[in-house]
Design a binder for this molecule. Structure first.
Ligand SMILES: N[C@@H](CCC[C@H](N)C(=O)O)C(=O)O
Length: 292
């Protein structure tokens, strides 16, 4: 099977994009194709696969599959790349338009320069703070703000936020000491989060600046997570550590995002989006039988 693709990244969070306006992919194959593409040795190598598809609710639709083939409901970096792709490829012709995800419909604005888009702003909508909707086990109606959280004999405080997908945010004194490898995979699969969780460690530098590292559900460590950066700013604001209604710069491993949790509750995210390559993926031909 020959699948046309474009590889794109936003702050190093890289996905293989397939344009379903041009190519038909069967629902049952999607997860397997995502895993095969993401394989760095036998595939293209990526944090997962993103499908750009027609939508009857918005101008364009987006679906995200993680490296392990699981499907997420939203992806902030993927939304910016999808907006770039949709504008540059004539799927939309206006600079402000709507994108449907499995979580919600968001508003995108692109800033083209001679037809090329390198910078995108997305209105991600309102964060979900109700515990049951994140979802996290416990008293359904409560928000989870700086709650005691014991994991691997370590006493932490968790703030949980959904940006359409679940995030568990932890404050650290120094981002260099964030226990990503040690606790990321354990918290991701903690049964207190019935759908798993994306795990973020943040260091507050000032009311307008954060350091950020992420262990993503289904993909492990990535250089950036857009929904995670939004969740981090919301979590920091809920704990009185950053300003609301003002731009907060989040320093991720792959670069910076600007996040603003506006007075009306909506979260705005601005940052780069880049194209890396395009070509054909020979699905089914790339698999090698293991020698015994
Ligand atoms: N990298 C993304 C989030 C991708 C999905 C996530 N791993 C999940 O399963 O929820 C982003 O930029 O937001």
């Amino acid at each position: 099977m020959e699948i046309p693709f474009t590889k794109m990244h936003a702050l190093g969070n890289n996905y293989v994009y397939v344009d379903l306006f041009q190519y038909y992919m069967e629902e049952e194959s999607m997860s397997g194709i995502a895993k095969a593409m993401a394989d760095v040795h036998r595939g293209i190598g990526s944090d997962g696969m993103i499908l750009i598809h027609p939508s009857d609710k918005a101008d364009v639709g987006m679906r995200i599959f993680n490296k392990d083939g699981s499907e997420g409901k939203s992806c902030g970096n993927g939304l910016r790349c999808t907006a770039k792709y949709a504008f540059e490829n004539g799927i939309v012709s206006k600079p402000t338009f709507q994108i449907e995800t499995k979580a919600n419909i968001v508003q995108a604005e692109v800033f083209p320069n001679e037809g090329i888009v390198d910078y995108v702003t997305i209105n991600m909508g309102e964060p979900i703070l109700q515990r049951a909707a994140i979802p996290m086990l416990g008293d359904a109606t409560e928000a989870v703000i700086s709650e005691d959280y014991l994991v691997e004999d370590q006493s932490l405080k968790v703030t949980a936020v959904s940006m359409g997908n679940p995030h568990a945010v932890f404050f650290v004194e120094d981002i260099k000491d964030a226990p990503l490898y040690e606790l990321g995979p354990v918290i991701e699969k903690d049964t207190r989060f019935p759908e798993g969780v994306n795990v973020e460690f943040i260091q507050v530098i000032s009311e307008k600046e954060l350091h950020f590292r992420v262990w993503e559900r289904g993909s492990g460590i990535t250089q950036a997570c857009g929904t995670g950066a939004c969740a981090a700013v919301v979590a920091a604001a809920l704990n009185g550590r950053v300003s609301r209604q003002e731009d907060v710069t989040v320093h991720l491993q792959g670069g910076d995002l600007v996040i603003n949790w506006a007075e009306n509750g909506e979260v705005w995210m601005s940052g780069e989006a880049r194209t890396v390559a395009s070509g054909l993926f020979y699905y089914g031909r790339e698999q090698i039988v293991e020698s015994s």
